[in-house]
Ligand binder design. Sequence first.
Ligand code: PA5
Length: 342
Amino acid sequence: KIDKSGMIEAIKNMPEHFEEAKRLTEEFMKGIRIRNILNVVITGLGGSAIGGDLVRMFIAPKATIPVIVNRDYFLPAFADQNTLVIVSSYSGNTEETLSAYDDARLKGSRLIAITTGGKLKEKALEDGIPVLTIPPGLSPRAALGYSFIPLLIIIERLGIIPGGVSREIEDAIKIMKEARERFSPEVPEAENPAKGLARQFHKKLPIIYGSSGTTEIIAMRWKGQINENSKAPAYFNIFPELNHNEIVGWDGPKEILKGFQVVILRDEGDYERVQKRIEITREIINDKGGEVLEVWSEGGTCLARMFYLIMLGDFASVYLAALYKKDPTPVNLIDLLKKRLS
Ligand code: PA5
């Protein structure tokens, strides 16, 4: 009842967003000729940047040139005419992203824009920059399919990774279709892992731990979705780095620590030494009186496992919003901040 603007529907439709985004991008790429690229910078913020991070993580083991994500007003100094800058903004009106677009123009970089419209589309059309126009009407974070799939296909078509992502995309679509049945509002809490997670997070501070190269960006996504959809604070960190700093915090005051709910995202692709670190860390946190849950990814291919966990976190964030009696869609504090900046 509280989900007035249909966030659950948008999350449920992620598999169809994948299909439509694939079709749109394949069509778009027919008109694109880009050669002699030495590196790629994906620039954007929030919901429009995380698709870039997921692509960066997914392609890292096979990418032949550096691909980075930039979340700033300006591009890194190395960006030049051999850089492909992919500017991603769902609204097309994000201040930092528009500034990074201008910086790319100044540096003479090659450009592609992905947006629903706004000033970004206006500028790009004026400058003769190719625009991949994606469907409007969603929250940027609910449009993940439209930020992730185009980036992945563009990178594959430019030969930055060896050909053939279609099977992985099909597998991810299949697992997401299964996941949405299991996590849907009609499934009662006792049988619904997403509702179960929301209950565990309720009135606690969620701390999500992922692992480098497998679940790190998914942990970031869960944190962001809890912040924006549930209107609640949440934090994330990454193995093995957190074993070199954050773990020491568990020696802290018990009255603070008992307010935390840790979730460790686990994946069969985690490096064996990282798996060992996870198990020891869990024991240490438990010994200190902390609450730890483990959530394993499901699905065959790497992409399917990633998007299974993303669906789970997305659904859980909306159920947590319901427990806090919040509408998941509006982001009033982002709007307030933008108003004060203007
Ligand atoms: O999900 C959201 O609403 C935000 O994180 C936005 O993505 C962020 O503010 C950037 O806006 P846009 O995606 O329109 O560039």
